[in-house]
Design a protein around this ligand. Structure first.
Ligand SMILES: Nc1ncnc2c1ncn2[C@@H]1O[C@H](COP(=O)(O)OP(=O)(O)OP(=O)(O)O)[C@@H](O)[C@H]1O
Ligand SMILES: [Mg+2]
Length: 293
């Protein structure tokens, strides 16, 4: 965090950046849904400024397809939605005793339910209006979050990291009280982009704007992408999926994760969303890896 004495300078930078953005937007016919990162400087000068600033992100209508499995929005009375509310409570409790704003949702291998969990958790956290929540599509290779809200491929983090634009594209999903930073279009090797040195200042900026940042990560195995995100996160939730996750892979995955940041594990059951074991268990602290899941 930046000391409070730095805020006036940050505010100035931000205002200058906003003027520039408005001018650029006007020149482009006002169509660019973006805002500017002011050189990575922290810019939250208080709750009011934060709220005013976030209001400027463009609003997008949401249309949730049934395949999205967003139970926290589409089936609020379901057991799955209840489990996400419980998870949100646990996270709020946890952050009374430690810094906990950037939550990474990962798993050992593909298709265990990371994106589904990340989207549901972010929607649940966002229900508290005073807790400004950002859902960050951190899987640059296979982004799958935006489509859960009925949105197509939008410019996002890749465009900013690659220097194609000075702006960062955050969208307000107003009906959900949630903000979304999509992945955008990734180049062949997104790892290089992630290592460009721009990701850490970006996260610092986002941290100043938001109260919760839920990062939908790629799997821990076999890519290095997740390890970059985990370095930037405050806490990691590991998704496992009944019938998919294998013990050996889980053990290898656990070895690759920074254990001090591991908050717990979620068991995502694929059997049936109506079953009572859907998103069955959330535990903290994590299970002993030598005992498997
Ligand atoms: N509990 C569940 N029951 C049934 N299907 C599920 C469940 N959770 C996720 N799915 C489905 O499994 C697929 C993979 O889910 P999701 O995209 O969330 O996984 P992921 O871990 O993010 O995958 P990837 O590693 O490819 O990013 C999706 O089609 C999703 O709808
Ligand atoms: Mg995914």
């Amino acid at each position: 965090m930046v000391p409070s004495s730095a805020f006036p300078l940050a505010t100035e930078l931000l205002q200058a950046a906003e003027r520039k953005m408005r001018a650029a937007s006007a020149a482009a016919g006002g169509a660019t849904p973006s805002t500017v990162i002011a050189g990575g400087a922290a810019s939250a000068t208080g709750r009011q400024d934060q709220a005013n600033f976030l209001d400027r992100f463009p609003s997008l209508p949401v249309s949730i397809p049934p395949s999205s499995r967003l139970v926290s929005v589409a089936a609020e009375e379901s057991l799955g939605a209840e489990k996400f509310r419980f998870l949100a409570v646990r996270l709020r409790q946890l952050r009374q005793s430690r810094i906990m704003k950037k939550i990474l949702i990962t798993s050992t291998i593909p298709q265990e339910g990371k994106s589904t969990v990340a989207a549901n958790l972010a929607c649940t956290l966002a229900r508290r209006k005073q807790h400004k929540t950002l859902l960050l599509e951190g899987d640059l290779r296979r982004p799958a979050v935006a489509e859960k809200f009925g949105l197509g491929r939008l410019p996002g983090i890749c465009e900013w990291l690659s220097g194609k634009t000075e702006t960062i594209n955050i969208y307000h999903l107003e009906s959900l009280g949630l903000w979304l930073l999509p992945a955008g279009s990734a180049p062949q090797n997104p790892l290089e982009l992630m290592q460009s040195g721009k990701l850490a200042p970006l996260m610092e900026q986002l941290e100043a704007w938001f109260d919760w940042i839920v990062i939908d990560s790629p799997p821990v195995l076999p890519l290095a992408d997740a390890s970059i995100w985990s370095r930037l996160a405050d806490g990691i939730l590991l998704v496992t999926r009944k019938g998919v996750t294998e013990k050996q892979q889980l053990l290898r995955g656990l070895e690759a994760i920074e254990r001090s940041k591991l908050l717990g594990a979620l068991v995502n059951s694929s059997s049936n969303v109506a079953h009572s074991d859907y998103y069955q268990r959330y535990s903290s602290p994590p299970a002993d890896p030598s005992k498997g899941s």
